[in-house]
Ligand binder design. Structure first.
Ligand code: ADP
Ligand code: MG
Length: 280
């Protein structure tokens, strides 16, 4: 597994599901093995990919959180070449109560994903519009979180608050979590959208992604058609934006891996030198 990426924001309607589905599609299109987890009770990512929501919650992502020993590999449905989906279910709305008195309730998802470690390159998690147990589990299982920000009038304050909350989760549960903000439903010709994005970029320079996702009807139509934007409108502006996002995230993750490899190599060289000087 190269990365586990949560797509989050406690607000609904900001492009989380659209991002989760189309980022997954773009990664799979490049030959990466992708597992998309629909962790929202509304099951929008599941419908977006044209998959019917299973009747029983035991066959969905609910089991990843609620069941002590979920048979995780059975939950993943192949939807396209290189793309697996674990569907959502309305029962996810009750998961906070279900987990209330359970031990290790924050890290159940991380443990449930272990069987996929060798078989999947990227896990993408579509989070619900809340900061309950499902989102906390998603963050604690993740290497990266992409916060979708609709660049409207209240966006800056919302991002500031969300970043503060995610930093608490990071400190307690996911010390290596990398945080990224992504402007979605963006209209670069609208002054308000432009100035909100500038303010976010200035205040969170290391977190704000360079890619922006434009507002375009094709992305909504693709969702209604049960297709990714790659299949629905290949080469369209919406498709291009999600390819750019894919490039940028792959670059960030690649650079991070290189740095980690350098550190490991340096440590191994140091150890070798210590051992050989001890032998001499
Ligand atoms: P969330 O998962 O945050 O609730 P969605 O991805 O479901 O948000 O998006 C909310 C609505 O906006 C959906 O109808 C979706 O099709 C539409 N939408 C999302 N992103 C875009 C975009 N870039 N351009 C146009 N419509 C979009
Ligand atoms: Mg959604």
């Amino acid at each position: 597994m190269r990365a586990v990426i949560s797509i989050a924001n406690q607000k609904g309607g900001v492009g989380k599901t659209t991002t989760a589905v189309n980022l997954s599609g773009c990664l799979a299109g490049r030959g990466e093995r992708v597992l998309l987890i629909d962790l929202d009770g509304q099951g929008n990512a599941t419908s977006h990919l044209g998959v019917e929501i299973p009747e029983s919650e035991d066959s969905t992502s609910y089991a990843l959180l609620a069941s002590a020993e979920p048979d995780v590999e059975k939950l993943a449905v192949p939807v396209a070449s290189n793309l697996l989906l674990i569907p959502g279910h309305i029962a996810l709305a009750e998961v906070d109560i279900k987990l209330f008195s359970q031990i290790n309730r924050d890290t159940r998802l991380a443990r449930a994903l272990q069987p996929f470690a060798d078989d999947v390159d990227f896990v993408i998690i579509d989070c619900p519009p809340s900061l309950g147990m499902a989102t906390v589990n998603a963050l604690s299982a993740s290497t990266d979180v992409v916060i979708c920000v609709q660049t409207n009038v209240f966006a800056y304050e919302a991002v500031r608050r969300l970043l503060a909350i995610i930093k608490v989760v990071k400190k307690e549960l996911a010390p290596n979590l990398a945080i990224h903000a992504l402007a979605t439903l963006h209209r670069s010709t609208v002054n308000l959208n432009k100035s909100v994005l500038e303010k976010i970029t200035q205040n969170f320079p290391n977190q704000t992604l360079q890619t922006t996702i434009c507002q375009t009807a094709a992305l909504t139509e693709a969702a209604a058609a049960g297709q990714t934007i790659i299949d629905y409108a290949n080469g369209s502006r919406g498709h291009q934006d999600y390819e750019k996002l894919t490039d940028e995230l792959i670059h960030i993750i690649g650079e991070r891996q290189k740095k980690a490899d350098d550190v490991t190599l340096r440590r191994e060289v140091d150890e070798l030198e210590t051992t050989s000087s001890a032998v001499n």
